[in-house]
Design a protein around this ligand. Structure first.
Ligand code: SAM
Ligand code: SF4
Length: 446
């Protein structure tokens, strides 16, 4: 019996890649174990978007080096693998397999080499037009299924490693996406999330030639599909017909994650983001003018090289203007091979931290305001779990907000009785900056 343990770092793309890697390993005769100590093969699916993420995997590997890790095989997959390549064998000689995501289609062959005793197996070519399209995906989340529609990235943001670690942009055919989505509804999934570094750059490579809005519309019309989410969208390729599709099809979630990175056109230009502040704001206007109330979330980098106080102020102003529903804030992190590394005027760490805190506090107040507007409204949630500590069910709204609620009819899971997986109407009674709270409104809902 061959056993493996897998740990995943980073974004949803990585989480979903791991589901496919697990599926492939199970298919080739491995059994998954919950503890690294019990595994013969230890797999780390890594992230290198920021320095801290990259360090995590080396810390993990270091532990095993100290403890021996004898009799075990170690595989480093994902972005750190692609970025560091064979250098990983020098830094951590107990590692035997190093492969980036563009090589995962060759995973079965790499495993054969590993089992044959090869201690330096690599999959590092970025020269591919393939996507990791596998029927063996082992999904972790029983209610929301991820579907990759596009892999890699053809942009070249000055701070970002992704184009080096995930290879060129390549879209799956609309037909294969539809086949996967339909098979998921047959398995009982009612919610899917379409994934890609820039989903809206999607272009069906088959003769159908669907753009992203066409794909969204088709997936949203599959029998049994109740919610379609997507992430991440790049502002440059974000066109109005995506909003029109959301307006017209109630199964498409009214939530758009549109990373702005900075509120200053000068900084955006130095970042090579390919849009100005005004162009970004035009897209926000489309969303604000939509018929449906679209939740807008974003990513922001503070302390990009050369960011002046005035430029940072423009980010604060933009956040106030847009009134984001939520925001991921990152302190700029120096990444290997990226143009920004060579830029002058790197911002000291404590100043980055100050800007991070100022923006975080400002955003907290905005979220408090935004969420308070939902008090008194009834929202439909997809129930995701139960929180024993607070004795509340955990629901998620169409707009991707967490809405915790109580149901006097079923205060807690009871034997086989649960609300998890159901769609219910909940009356919002309280709002905090990060979540809403309420009570089940319609006990007759399905
Ligand atoms: N493709 C998406 C886009 O262009 O908006 C972003 C994908 S990236 C994996 C996720 C986020 O990580 C980015 O939006 C950016 O805010 C952040 N990020 C990327 N490189 C970074 C760096 N060197 N330092 C800090 N944050 C970074
Ligand atoms: Fe990175 Fe820019 Fe590509 Fe997004 S668009 S993955 S930030 S290079």
């Amino acid at each position: 019996m061959k056993t493996f343990y897998i740990e995943t770092f980073g974004c949803q793309m990585n989480a979903h890649d791991s589901e496919k890697v697990v599926g492939t390993l199970l298919k080739t005769g491995y059994t998954q174990v919950a503890e690294a100590a019990d595994a013969e093969l230890i797999v780390y699916n890594t992230c290198s978007i920021r320095d801290k993420a990259e360090q995590k995997v080396f810390n993990r590997l270091q532990t095993f080096k100290r403890d021996g890790g004898k009799g075990k095989l170690f595989a480093v997959l994902g972005c750190v693998a692609q970025q560091e390549g064979e250098r990983i064998f020098e830094r951590a000689p107990h590692v035997s397999l190093v492969a980036g995501s563009a090589s995962y289609t060759k995973l079965p062959e790499m495993l054969v080499q590993l089992e044959a005793g090869n201690r330096r197996v690599t999959g590092l070519s970025l020269d591919t037009n393939e996507t990791f399209d596998t029927p063996f995906t082992r999904r972790d989340n029983p209610h929301r299924a991820y579907i990759t529609i596009i892999e890699g990235c053809d942009k070249a943001c000055a701070y970002c490693v992704v184009p080096f670690t995930r290879g060129p942009e390549r879209s799956r055919t609309g037909e294969s996406v539809m086949r996967e989505a339909a098979s998921l509804t047959e398995l009982g999934y009612t919610e899917v999330q379409l994934l890609g570094q820039n989903v809206n750059s999607y272009r069906d490579p088959s003769s159908a030639g669907w753009d992203f809005a066409a794909l969204l519309t088709e997936v949203g019309q599959i029998q049994g599909m109740r919610r379609v989410r997507f992430t991440t969208s790049h502002p440059r390729d974000f066109v109005k017909n995506i909003i029109d599709a959301i307006d017209e099809h109630p199964t498409l979630c009214n939530h758009v994650h549109l990373p702005v990175q900075s509120g200053s056109s000068e900084v955006l230009s130095r970042m090579h983001r390919l849009y100005s502040r005004d162009q970004y704001m035009r897209r926000i206007e489309w969303m604000k003018n939509a018929r449906r109330d679209i939740a807008i979330t974003t990513d922001i980098i503070v302390g990009f090289p050369g960011e002046t106080e005035a430029e940072f102020e423009q980010t604060l102003k933009l956040a106030e203007e847009v009134e984001y529903d939520s925001m991921f804030i990152f302190k700029y992190s120096k990444r290997p091979n990226t143009p920004a590394l060579e830029y002058e005027d790197h911002i000291p760490e404590d100043e980055k931290t100050r800007r991070f805190t100022v923006l975080q506090e400002r955003q907290r107040a905005i979220q408090m305001r935004r969420n308070a507007k939902y008090v008194g409204t009834t929202e439909q949630v997809h129930v995701e779990g139960y929180n024993l500590a607070t004795s509340q069910w955990i629901g998620r709204t169409m707009q991707n907000k967490t809405l915790n609620f109580q149901d006097p009819g079923l205060p807690a899971p009871d034997g086989g009785k649960t609300l998890v997986g159901r769609y219910l109407d909940v009356l919002v009674t309280r709002a905090g900056p990060n979540s809403l709270a309420g009570e089940r409104a319609d006990r007759c809902a399905n």
